[in-house]
Design a protein around this ligand. Structure first.
Ligand code: ADP
Ligand code: TRP
Length: 323
């Protein structure tokens, strides 16, 4: 059986460059080696998005984003998490396998508390639902940004425990895949780019807005003539992820020598980024403007995902004694 990769993105807020570099690009890069499962984590989003319209729009935006960057729906599987409600049943079964302390230490709970948001039981259960996502599809590898490592490790631990208790092969034990290069993309203020910090560079804004946003990247106060440190500068770090190696080496040299202002570096970043996004942007708008085509892709994906889910769930139900 072909190896499977799986990744999900939560439809909350604006999709940004960090999501693309940390999860979407590495996820799509696995298309030629794996059967890839990509899904929109709309059940997860329900922990924080309480407006149905907003949830629907954000969900479709994520699906169209995967397609815009080249997901091939004829060979791979794109679906809405909630189109396969079997994941909720597996969540329950898994929740009976772990002590509550694991969830108290959860990353999502901590993030919500840090942001001063009230948590609900869904936020607390977040890692179990995510483990169910991963384990339901017998995933071999899960490409995510480094902030999701803990969650994938919870999934691994649960799978190992379940296999120990109910027999080898009950669940497939997944590997996390974190690309060094895109593991933690800095945002406008130099902290990790995140919707929760409101420091994101949005993927689908028009070029004018994109340029404006890039110009807001925070820099130190060195003037045009001063030598600058490329490695601690957000503009340079982002540039290095998109430009050709030679151009990156040139910009590095210009930073070290002095004589180039941050404004110029930002303009160069805008050029490469805008060029990189231009074609995907057209594709994105095409999918958003053709909702029934998008629905067709998602419906076909749901049929395939559901078949895979059913197999795992039948196996698990039988092993734990639910048949
Ligand atoms: P946010 O932090 O903006 O809420 P999510 O938690 O929804 O983003 O992340 C969706 C995916 O994008 C995850 O796999 C996550 O690891 C990745 N990701 C998010 N922000 C970044 C970042 N700044 N750098 C790298 N990957 C990121
Ligand atoms: N928790 C992930 C995030 O916040 C989204 C997600 C849900 C996910 N289920 C997943 C990612 C399964 C990978 C695999 O971004």
């Amino acid at each position: 059986m072909a190896l499977r990769s799986l990744t999900g993105i939560k439809p909350t807020g604006e999709i940004h460059l960090g999501n693309y570099l940390g999860a979407i690009r590495p996820g799509l890069a696995l298309q030629d080696r794996y059967t890839a499962y990509y899904f929109v984590a709309d059940y997860h989003a329900l922990t924080s998005v309480m407006d149905p319209q907003e949830l629907r729009l954000a969900s479709r935006t994520i699906a169209a984003t995967f397609l815009a960057f080249g997901l091939d729906p004829s060979s791979h599987v794109l679906f809405m998490q909630s189109a396969v409600p079997e994941v909720c049943e597996l969540t329950w079964i898994l929740s009976c396998q772990i002590p509550p302390g694991v969830l108290d230490r959860g990353h999502a709970v901590k993030a919500a508390r840090d942001a001063g948001r009230d948590i609900n039981v869904g936020t607390w259960m977040y890692p179990v639902l995510m483990a169910a996502d991963i384990l339901l599809y017998d995933s071999d590898v899960v490409p995510v940004g480094s902030d999701q490592r803990q969650h994938v490790e919870v999934a691994r631990d649960i799978a190992i425990k379940v296999n120990h208790r109910y027999g080898d092969g009950t669940l497939r034990v997944p590997e996390v895949s974190i690309q060094e290069q895109g593991a933690a993309i800095p945002g406008l203020d130099g902290r990790k780019m995140s919707k929760s910090y409101q420091n994101v560079i949005g993927l689908w804004q028009n070029p004018k807005k994109l340029r404006k946003q890039i110009m807001r990247i925070v820099t130190d106060s060195r003037g045009v003539d001063d030598p600058k440190d490329p490695d601690s500068d957000t503009t340079f770090q982002l540039y290095a992820l998109f430009a050709e190696p030679e151009a990156v080496a040139d910009l590095r040299q210009a930073y070290l020598q002095g004589g180039l202002g941050y404004g110029h570096a930002k303009a160069a970043l805008f050029e490469v980024l805008n060029e990189h996004l231009a074609l995907p942007r057209d594709h994105f708008h095409h999918w958003m403007d053709h909702p029934s085509d998008l629905d067709d892709v998602l419906d076909a994906g749901a049929v395939r995902a559901r078949a895979a889910a059913r197999e795992t769930l039948d196996r698990v139900r039988s092993r734990v004694g639910l048949k």
